[in-house]
Write a protein of this length. Structure first.
Lengths: 294, 44
């Protein structure tokens, strides 16, 4: 058993937000998905206040050892999520973590308030990889913005607040420290790294969203370095992710100080990757040296 | 395409009802739902 922010989990492997749709998965795989659910907690795809269509296709481009995505956070909006998604996600056999994103502090506050006392929700994850429309600053790249956001929303819920850090910041540990000082319960990292591909025929951008986020094994070493640096900086628990494909990859991130490890792109190849990685990690950890400072 | 089971939202096509995932809402769609030159009319 693993404890994370007071939540008991069967093992330390969860999914990265936006890389697994448990509702569509249940349509495809049936109740077998619930019987063999691959993650110890489920993190749902980012919810915004208003519905979003997402970016125009093409949305994906494969790179050596990874993937660039420009999906654009399609979702039904808060009201649609509460009416349609939350009841289905509440039936999952694991705790639910709801990922939310707002384009201003008021928007984030409205989302946190909406989920802040729902029994179906174990914790909230704040996606700060977006601009504050009032200041124009990328919230997650700026320690001051992150601190102000946390101070505004921390009093609105007693549930754990996880801040999902962006790697597209000049000083990620400084952002991590600002989040911790302003009351974040935990941190998760890394989000995708900004990348781009050109259409070989036209020479213009391939992705409908022009740029996208790189994920997969290509980013694993970057994730390890950032997780290591953040874990040296903060005392709150860390959810680590970035190109995890095996128990060994998960072990590396745990050795760097992470409490939980999330699987993202690897689930696209194998929906049960999370369960396989959890089993591999469980076999490795008893014989592995793990620093005691976690 | 990445996943094939509705997880990645990479395979969407535009329809009159918005983007739909071909892997879980297709792979065959009613042509009348698609935004093509034929359904949108001349000029497209």
């Amino acid at each position: 058993l693993t404890t994370f922010c007071g939540i008991e989990l069967a093992h330390p492997i969860i999914n990265a937000s936006g890389t697994f749709d448990a509702i569509a998965g249940r349509r495809v795989f049936g109740d077998a998905l619930l019987a063999r659910f691959p993650f110890a907690a489920f993190v749902s795809k980012t919810v915004t206040l208003a519905p979003r269509q997402g970016n125009p296709p093409p949305r994906l481009w494969e790179v050596p050892a990874g993937l660039i995505n420009s999906i654009g956070l399609p979702n039904k909006g808060l009201d649609g999520y509460l009416a349609h998604d939350l009841p289905e996600l509440a039936e999952l056999p694991v705790p639910l973590i709801v990922n939310v994103m707002g384009f201003s502090r008021d928007e984030v506050a409205a989302l946190v308030r909406a989920f802040g006392d729902r029994d179906e929700v174990a914790a909230l994850e704040l996606n700060v990889s977006c601009p504050n429309v009032e200041t124009g600053l990328l919230i997650g790249a700026d320690p001051g913005e992150v601190g102000q956001l946390l101070r505004a929303v921390r009093p609105l819920t007693g549930k754990p607040l996880i801040v999902k850090l962006t790697p597209n910041a000049s000083d990620v540990p400084a952002v991590a420290r600002a989040a911790e000082e302003a009351g974040a319960s935990a941190l998760s990292l890394i989000n995708t790294i900004r990348g781009m591909a050109l259409d070989p025929r036209t020479g213009g951008p391939w992705l409908g969203g022009v740029t996208g986020g790189v994920s997969g094994p290509a980013v694993r070493a970057i994730a390890l370095a950032q997780v290591h640096a953040v874990c040296e900086t903060v005392a709150i628990p860390v959810i680590a992710m970035g190109g995890v494909q095996s128990g060994r990859d998960a072990l590396d991130l745990r050795r760097a100080g992470a409490t939980l490890v999330a699987v993202g792109t690897e689930s696209f190849r194998d929906p049960l990757a999370g369960a396989r990685i959890a089993a591999e990690l469980a076999a490795l950890e008893p014989i592995a040296a793990i620093p005691v400072n976690r | 395409m990445a996943c094939g089971y509705g997880a990645c939202f990479g395979c969407v096509v535009a329809t009159r009802d918005g983007y739909v995932r071909l892997c879980v809402d297709g792979p065959v769609l009613d042509a009348a739902r698609l935004q093509t030159a034929l359904t949108l009319g001349a000029g497209h």
